[in-house]
Design a protein around this ligand. Sequence first.
Ligand SMILES: [Zn+2]
Length: 367
Amino acid sequence: MSQQTTELRGLELTGTPHERGITHGETFADEIETNLEIYLSVFKHKGTDEDTVYEQAEKFVPLIEEENEEYAAEMKGIAEGSGLSIEDVTVLNARYEVMYSAFKKAADEAGGSADACTAFAIQPEITADEHTYLGQNWDWMPGLETFVMEIRRDDKPDMAAMTEAGIVGGKIGVNEHGIGMTLNGLVTAKDGENPFRKPYHVRFREILDAERMDDAIAPLITKDRACSGNVIVAHAEGEMLNLELAPETVNYLHPEDHLLVHANHVEDRSSMNSEFEKLIPDTLCRAPRMKRLLSKHRGEIGIDVLTDALRDHFGHPNSICRHPNETDPELDRLRTNGSYVMDLTERRLMGTNGPPCEREYQTFEVT
Ligand SMILES: [Zn+2]
């Protein structure tokens, strides 16, 4: 495994989807291999051998091509550029779904295998500069290699989004129309029952391909999902929606007092159960904690208030700024791998590589 840099790297991607993929693959060939090794060892740790993982990945290759041709072309470019196979790249791009498809038992024990995070979105009514902000800490296994894709293109919106090396979709990002998204892991009862469905990462790219809010929401809800997740979609004008997504049901949560917060448990139990808090009970503390930290600065919220909240250590090490819990098995040691704040009004993403209490935020402009 390569030694991780403390810098959050950016990479400009231009040209056709295939050309963007080649640049991505050539630039981060070692990092993509590192990420693949980490996920294969996690799958193994959860009881799924490599042959099974690749059998499932093979089925996702045509599925992704049918769902989104451009996405498939960008994946092919990554494979060519990095010298890995298309199946290797598919394991990463469908990592949520491969996990569930490979072995249902693994999904049942997937505690350490859903990204644990604390997210927020804030309407301009309570910010100091009347801008709309969106952000989160991304808590996951140490060692994963990430970077910020700075995509410049003529046929679709320019965008800046954090991604794991090898993954086309991106996870936390903003586009030139002021549309942004965040992501939290959720675990609900029906995860993995129908694994061969459109992968989440394909949907994430489609959110940031959108020019309007409704087109950004559509990719999440028009087709059923293999597993669960929580996504906030927000617009620079201050419109925002939190979607709690289970395989076949969705809850829509709206801002309260101009604020949305979400962690890793389902807030609206009317249509789905919630499992993740049994494995990480701290999720029940992180969301209300974030709400309090932000609410007390109502009307004065700006970048300093937001980054202070993301550096909060209440309940350390299982805090908003999360640190590895030495008592957990090594592969289940979640930590804040990166911290992100997006100023949707300015089309700007600020982020760290590693826990924000140890790093300064770096800035990426969409245009
Ligand atoms: Zn910290």
